[in-house]
Write a protein that binds this ligand. Structure first.
Ligand code: AMP
Ligand code: ZN
Length: 119
């Protein structure tokens, strides 16, 4: 069923506590944890507890949850004290955009100069 945990999904395993992660925040619908290969001093992933392969399918099926993720991105920025300097939020959507884990996730990046446009 759409949204159900997938046995072979790394981020579903993090939600279930089966794979360790450095969890920053958790809500009823989301988990935020530090990226294992950080690209900036603040690099946190905010994910839905429900499984959808990417932000587009999540937004179509459960728009409230993607709103929860965006709200949480601000809480992460506050927690890491980067709200004032600014931060970037990114949903890589599709392999061609660099998506490698097919459970929707929002990158929250800050703490260094960020180029625009990104590579
Ligand atoms: P993307 O390339 O947008 O799909 O992003 C996937 C992100 O997940 C990458 O930045 C990885 O470094 C990160 N990642 C992969 N495995 C883990 C893990 N076990 N814990 C935390 N972050 C991870
Ligand atoms: Zn999943």
């Amino acid at each position: 069923m759409a949204g159900e945990p997938q046995a072979d999904c790394l981020f579903c395993k993090i939600v279930a506590g089966e794979v360790p992660a450095t969890i920053v925040r958790e809500t009823e619908t989301t988990v935020a944890f530090r990226d294992i290969n950080p690209q900036a001093p603040t690099h946190v992933l905010v994910i839905p507890k429900v499984h959808y392969p990417d932000a587009a399918t999540l937004a179509a099926a459960e728009p409230q949850v993607i709103a929860d993720i965006l709200r949480e991105s601000r809480e992460v920025a506050v927690e890491d004290k980067v709200e004032d300097r600014g931060y970037r939020v990114v949903f890589n959507t599709g392999a061609g955009a660099g998506q490698t884990v097919f459970h929707a996730h929002l990158h929250v990046l800050s703490g260094r100069g960020l180029q625009w446009p990104p590579g």
